[in-house]
Design a protein around this ligand. Structure first.
Ligand SMILES: [Zn+2]
Length: 339
């Protein structure tokens, strides 16, 4: 994989990537401290790809862009690639600021609505019950129980979404962008592809530096999201190396096929580690966290670590390498994976 020699966007400025594609960068209050946003220029107006996290910095960012470089035409559409807080959080506000409608895939709209419509107490119960079934120690279950606003804190409002599907195309002033929808890092993420110019916006599914978090679906931890993601990566491993990739975080790059192969290896190693442990003894998701990460986490990262360990165990289950049994521990049902 090779980084493209393109300067990062300055605060409140956009970088022109092609005749009708622009790139902006917004700060995030996390260890992953920024998100990349993209804007396509069309005859009907701007099409904004992702809104950023909810907050004052994001509001100031969009205010500056809308009264500056974007003031020459209206915003035609806001496309939210997936339901994660850093992409969807500001969607409703941005729709109000621009008068544009928000679009996403049916799967992402349903996932966002599921999380948004859980009351803080329902969310904390859901997380505590998941963590219990994962066999986490009581201290960590309590962390989950206290993490009741992890979605609502950053997504205080959702817009009325319209569907954007693989049948949809964005006609830019210069080229057209087709939509593809994949499950893995999220349940039905939108990517955009300009075949003619070999440009690809994979959002969070193909990142140059970090391995996208692959977490079990809170609505059904037995759904094989890692299996879906590995299928996606297999397809990407055949990508034309010259395709220019503009990801949701970090920097633009080429040789995405190589990057996909590295990510496949990364997950295969993790699957092997868990399988060899499960051959020695029945393991819980909590044991899986020790095997994969060798340490424990506080609430924000615990959510991702636990989800990642469960997603890998679920994939082993789907490939018939382990079976899931339910064990009673202190009167609670805990999922135990054994060969
Ligand atoms: Zn994401």
């Amino acid at each position: 994989m090779k980084q493209l020699p393109i300067e990062l966007p300055q605060p409140n400025k956009l970088v022109k990537l092609s005749p009708d594609l622009y790139w902006g960068r917004l700060p995030l209050p996390f260890r992953l401290d920024h998100i990349n946003l993209f804007i396509i220029d069309t005859d009907k107006g701007w099409v904004i790809i992702d809104a950023g996290i909810f907050g004052e910095k994001t509001r100031q960012y969009w205010k500056a862009l809308l009264s500056g470089v974007l003031s020459t035409k209206p915003v035609d559409k806001i496309i939210i690639t997936h339901h994660h807080v850093d992409h969807i959080g500001f969607a409703c506000e941005l729709a109000k600021m621009t008068g544009a409608e928000c679009y996403s895939s049916l799967e992402e709209i349903s996932h966002a609505n599921f999380l948004f419509n859980l009351s803080p107490s329902d969310f904390s119960e859901l997380l505590a019950s998941k963590y219990t079934s994962y066999g986490l120690p009581k201290r960590e279950i309590a962390l989950g129980r206290n993490d009741s606003d992890r979605y609502l804190r950053y997504v205080p409002e959702l817009p009325n979404f319209k569907e954007f599907s693989e049948a949809d195309t964005i006609f830019g002033t210069y080229s057209s962008w087709r939509c593809r929808i994949d499950c893995g890092h999220s349940s039905g993420q939108i990517s955009l592809i300009n075949d003619l110019d070999k440009l690809f916006l994979p959002t969070d599914f193909l990142l140059p530096r970090i391995s996208p978090n692959i977490s079990a679906d809170l609505r059904n931890a037995d759904k094989n999201v890692l299996g879906d993601y590995l299928n996606y990566l297999q397809e990407m491993s055949l990508l034309d190396p010259m395709v220019k990739i503009f990801p949701g975080h970090d920097w633009p790059f080429v040789e995405g096929n190589e990057r996909a192969r590295v990510l496949i290896e990364h997950h295969k190693k993790r699957l092997d580690l868990l399988l060899s442990e499960a051959k020695k003894r029945p393991i819980t998701v909590s044991d899986g966290i020790d095997v994969l990460f060798g340490r424990r986490f506080q609430s924000h990262e615990l959510f991702f670590a636990a989800g990642e360990a469960r997603a890998h165990l679920t994939d082993l289950m789907h490939s018939n390498k382990v079976i899931k049994e339910i064990e009673l521990r202190d009167g609670c049902e805990v999922d135990v994976f054994t060969t």
